[in-house]
Design a binder for this molecule. Structure first.
Ligand code: ARG
Length: 470
């Protein structure tokens, strides 16, 4: 039988806020309340925010320069201790904010207690977390651009290689490899702009909102906003401490991006199979089977296909935390960080893995070409020819072509295998000229509409993207 958890005797009251308490928290209370196990990841942002705050307090005459300098220096010592791994994080100090401040007190004594003037942990955590998420937007943008370059290089190498284009995963029309690769460049560029937009929107500084109402001290919020690289301070103190939209936007952008990665991952799984052989994945991104010696499994692609699940899970979790919370701060919001940390880590790893895989993969030009020519892929070209050369209405051309496809299928051949006589038996007007449109190279070369799959169009887009990503 499992014993219920036993609480050891309660420790002394908290040194930071324990003035009205006679006893410390229950051990289980401490376990559920403490966030230091994960929010220690915010140490750099916490120290950065505190240094900006202290400098502003001195500039406005709220603190003496001497105290502010001692605080600023002391915080740098704390930073170096954390980075050296010598800092002792304490769960009884709950979170990163109080851990840092308590150590500052040990280092510099009394002035440490003046740092928290005109500030609350509510605006402190809001600014720390925003700074962190803002950095992650930048990291996501960098990662996405790397992946865009990998796709672009693939497009450049095979701008005119033909492959089947699919709808319903059924052969539809021949397209070019370059065109398919560039489709992902387009998706990723939207992902990139989503992170850029989210970054611009979150780039307002909540520091100085204090607990929720602002402060009676003559602080300069514009100064701290500028010092921390924000465009401006947030305009409503209540909103400042209760808003987590920026985290939700990050998660949403991450989810859409991961969805795109998942779609290409699925294509890789299909394309690398023995049945397709469109691409060969390098040994660096595949694994073997312990029983089947011939196997080369696309594990990285499979895992990438799955990663969206984690990110979506985090997104749903944070939406659920935030929904229905009355203004302003509630402790529920402490649950924001682990979700975002995990989603960000997942996205960065996924982008790096996909970039490596795309860079390493080799397209099998012959298999692509053979597949492009099969499955009556040029049937639309034939129908279009009937419209253009014979003046048939498209619906009739569609019907004639369908009949020809059925004939070819019955004979076990593809459209270019039919003789002129066999075609004329279906429609007497058909001439020799039809054969010019039945080949896949002609087919793709003819699709010159803007954004179409013709190599000429693809090369134009490649040139544009090279400029954008230069
Ligand atoms: N650890 C807390 C969090 O992550 C910091 C803010 C605490 N504020 C408070 N009023 N208890 O949300």
């Amino acid at each position: 039988m499992t014993k219920p958890p036993q609480s050891p005797p309660a420790p002394a009251a908290n040194a930071m806020w324990g003035g009205r308490f006679t006893a410390g928290p229950d051990a289980i209370m401490q376990a559920i309340n403490a966030s230091i196990g994960f929010d220690r990841r915010l140490y750099a942002q916490d120290i950065q925010g505190s240094r900006a705050h202290a400098a502003m307090l001195a500039a406005t005459g709220i603190l003496t320069n001497k105290d502010a300098e001692a605080i600023g220096e002391g915080l740098l010592t704390v930073l170096s201790e954390i980075e050296a791994g010598t800092f002792r994080f304490r769960a009884d100090l709950e979170d990163i904010h109080m851990n840092v401040e308590a150590r500052l007190k040990e280092l510099i004594g009394e002035p440490a207690g003046r740092l928290h003037t005109a500030r609350s942990r509510n605006d402190q955590v809001a600014v720390d977390f925003r700074l962190w998420v803002r950095d992650q937007c930048d990291a996501a943008i960098t990662g996405i651009e790397g992946l865009m370059r990998a796709f672009l290089a693939q497009a450049d190498a095979g701008a005119d290689w033909v492959m089947p284009g699919f709808t319903h995963l059924q052969t539809a029309q021949p397209v070019t490899w370059g065109h398919h690769m560039l489709a992902y460049v387009e998706m990723l560029s939207r992902d990139r702009s989503r992170f850029a937009d989210a970054r611009a929107r979150m780039n307002e500084c909540p520091l100085g909102a204090a607990a929720l109402a602002g402060t009676s001290f003559p602080i300069d919020r514009h100064a701290t906003a500028a010092a921390l690289g924000f465009a401006r301070p947030t305009a409503n103190s209540l909103d400042s401490v209760s808003d987590r939209d920026f985290a939700l936007e990050f998660l949403s952008a991450a989810g859409i991006c991961a969805m795109h990665l998942s779609r290409f991952a699925e294509e890789l799984v299909i394309w690398s199979s023995a049945q397709f052989r469109f691409v060969r994945l390098s040994d660096r991104w595949t694994t073997g089977s312990s029983i089947m010696p011939q196997k080369k499994n696309p594990d990285a692609a499979e895992l990438l296909r799955a990663k969206l699940g984690r990110i979506l899970g985090a997104t749903v979790a944070l939406f659920t935390v935030m929904k229905g919370l009355p203004l302003t701060y509630s402790k529920d919001m402490q649950e924001d960080k682990e979700q975002v940390f995990d989603a960000a880590d997942t996205l960065m790893l996924a982008l790096a893995a996909m970039t490596g895989m795309v860079g390493d993969m080799t397209a099998n030009r012959d298999s692509l070409a053979a597949a492009a020519a099969s499955g009556f892929s040029t049937a639309t070209d034939l129908a279009d020819w009937l419209v253009r050369a014979l003046g048939l209405p498209f619906r009739e051309a569609h019907h004639v072509t369908g009949t020809l496809v059925a004939r070819a299928e019955a004979l076990g051949i593809d459209l270019p295998g039919l003789t002129l006589a066999q075609m004329q038996a279906v429609h007497p007007g058909i001439t020799e000229g039809v054969f010019t449109v039945l080949g896949v190279d002609n087919s793709v070369a003819s699709r010159t509409s803007y954004g179409g799959t013709a190599p000429s169009q693809v090369r134009r887009q490649i040139a544009r993207w090279k400029e954008v990503l230069a």
